[in-house]
Design a protein around this ligand. Structure first.
Ligand SMILES: [Zn+2]
Ligand SMILES: [Zn+2]
Length: 167
């Protein structure tokens, strides 16, 4: 009976969609405001460099690497170094303004979208898009999985394919 129950155990995630940060209502100005107000809450000083990084991050839906942010930021701040950009972005992660997005490539990407979401990765241009799933079901094949009595609390999906621009 126990076995039967465990076999039937279904893992169910319901993924909420908060359009405050993403979706139609999300725009650069709004995200910039969120980053600025969160910085104030967390006691991060709004230095000109940090504001420049904020503007770059909020102006795009991309999941930037440090180097991509640096390449854009140095136009405005030629004195800026990649190390400074890296340090700033790591401080933002610690302050929970950004999160790491580790796709296993050579460079860590950063995500400004802190809402629960998943990612679509284009295998041609490597662009990463946020995707939202209203809900999905997985049934764990317990015979072939070594989960034991593990408790599953979260999941992140990386869907791969070819994006519309590359098709
Ligand atoms: Zn593509
Ligand atoms: Zn994302």
């Amino acid at each position: 009976m126990m076995m039967q129950e465990r076999k039937l155990k279904e893992i169910f995630w319901c993924i909420g969609y908060n359009i405050y940060l993403r979706g139609n209502m999300r725009n650069a100005k709004e995200l910039l405001e969120v980053l600025v107000s969160k910085s104030k809450d967390k006691g991060l000083k709004l230095t000109p460099q940090r504001m420049a990084i904020f503007r770059i991050l909020s102006d795009s839906d991309q999941h930037f690497t440090v180097d991509e942010v640096y390449q854009r930021a140095k136009v405005e701040y030629p004195m800026l170094s990649p190390a400074t950009v890296y340090r700033n972005m790591e401080q933002m992660v610690t302050a929970e303004l950004l999160s790491h997005l580790d796709l296993g490539g050579s460079a860590m990407r950063y995500d400004t979208n802190l809402e629960k979401h998943h990612h679509f990765v284009c295998d041609r241009c490597s662009k990463v898009n946020d995707i939202y799933l209203d809900e999905f079901h997985y049934t764990i094949d317990e015979d072939r999985s070594s989960l034991g009595h593990s408790e599953i609390n979260d999941s992140t999906l990386y869907l791969h394919g070819i994006c519309t621009e590359c098709k």
